[in-house]
Write a protein of this length. Sequence first.
Length: 141
Amino acid sequence: MSNLYLIAHVAGRTVAIDSDQVESVVDIGEVTAVPRASRHVRGLAALRSRVVTVVDTQSALGQEGQSAATRAVITQVDGHHYALLVDQLDDVAPFELRPLGGGVTLDKAWRAAGRGIVERDGEPILAIDLAALVPGQSTAH
């Protein structure tokens, strides 16, 4: 059975995000740093009369430096809203989620976020779980 996925670029990789995890897509304005927050937390931002925690996905995936991204996918995890930075957004389309194959090699952070593979025009795209990128969260596969 197909589900709708948002195709995005995160930390230099094309990924698929299940639309059930996407509340909205926004441009992030000013971000206020939070002292002693996880290095993955860029800070807090005001968004439509609420405060969201801005997560630097590049850092959450173990890559060096901070993302320069200003677009974000808004998701809700355990009743809290998070803005996960994305490098670029491509498309929304239906895909069938397939399990990660034995030949797929992912480092620890990508493996924790990976939910499976979708295929677009013959190209395999990693489907990720946004909750796995939120500091302090763990997901069961």
